[in-house]
Write a protein that binds this ligand. Structure first.
Ligand SMILES: Nc1ncnc2c1ncn2[C@@H]1O[C@H](COP(=O)(O)OP(=O)(O)OP(=O)(O)O)[C@@H](O)[C@H]1O
Ligand SMILES: [Mg+2]
Length: 235
């Protein structure tokens, strides 16, 4: 049996708990993801997908329930411990990639190092170049982000998410902003990374075509799991 790399146990999320209008968004979610797997999450707008992903990534806290990452219960951790766990094991890709426009591709990929004030050694630089190679951007390595196409910028953001060699990548509509050809390319790239580095992927997408290529499709409806399909069994 493959290891469970992320596990949610009885997770509830209520926004505005101590206000006159509390809203419960997630209901008693039990959900786990296998190491190395490639998963997609679909569901209507407002169903709770981003809330779920933020809790999976320890960017937000569940109101009740447990979140285990690599079998470590994050509920027992301090904010500082959670943030170092996040830096070590998780990578994030969002719809809007938040590159720094006045920095080059390679500088953006190295940004997590700058921010955490870790030294950029030769090995780190070599890894950043290897990642730019994988995402097909070696030629535009020294171009400013502002001068790159949307698809190129998203690929820089993917390389940046990988620089710390995370075991898990969480992506919230990573291709939401791209045309269908570029979407396909970015998806193929994520798959290649999954196969090359055995990175676990959990990807929220509105794109059915992409969702259907994942190993597993989870549909969220009104904060509950409506469908959970093992796609590897389908022919
Ligand atoms: N910070 C917040 N405070 C209060 N309510 C929130 C907050 N964030 C999200 N919500 C509410 O929680 C519900 C789920 O939001 P969420 O962003 O998780 O949906 P989603 O499935 O990602 O939708 P979309 O496909 O539009 O991105 C929505 O009704 C939203 O209005
Ligand atoms: Mg969302």
């Amino acid at each position: 049996m493959p290891e469970k790399i992320i596990e949610l146990k009885k997770v509830n999320k209520i926004y505005g708990e101590n206000t006159p209008n509390p809203t419960q968004v997630l209901f008693d979610l039990d959900l786990s993801f296998e190491e190395r797997s490639f998963n997609s999450i679909i569901g209507q707008s407002g169903s709770g997908k981003s809330t779920l992903l933020n809790i999976l990534g320890t960017l937000d806290r569940a109101t009740s329930g447990d979140v285990l990452i690599d079998r470590i219960n994050t509920e027992d951790m301090s904010e500082k411990e959670r943030s170092s766990l996040r830096n070590e094991r998780l990578g994030f890709i969002f719809q809007f990639h938040y590159l720094l426009p006045e920095f080059t591709a390679i500088e953006n990929v190295l940004m997590p190092y700058r921010i955490s004030k870790k030294p950029i050694t030769k090995d780190v630089l070599a890894r950043a170049d290897e990642l730019l190679e994988i995402v097909g951007l070696t030629k535009v390595r020294n171009n400013l982000a502002i001068n790159m196409s949307g698809g190129q910028q998203q690929r820089v953001a993917i390389a940046r998410a990988l620089i710390n060699n995370p075991k898990i990548i969480l992506a919230d509509e990573p291709t939401g902003n791209l045309d269908s050809d570029t979407t396909e390319q970015v998806y193929d790239l994520l798959r290649t990374i999954n196969e090359t580095y055995h990175t676990t992927f959990i990807i929220i997408t509105h794109d059915r075509h992409i969702a259907e290529k994942a190993d597993r499709i989870i549909e969220i409806l009104d904060g509950k799991i409506n469908l959970d399909i093992d796609n590897r069994m389908r022919t």
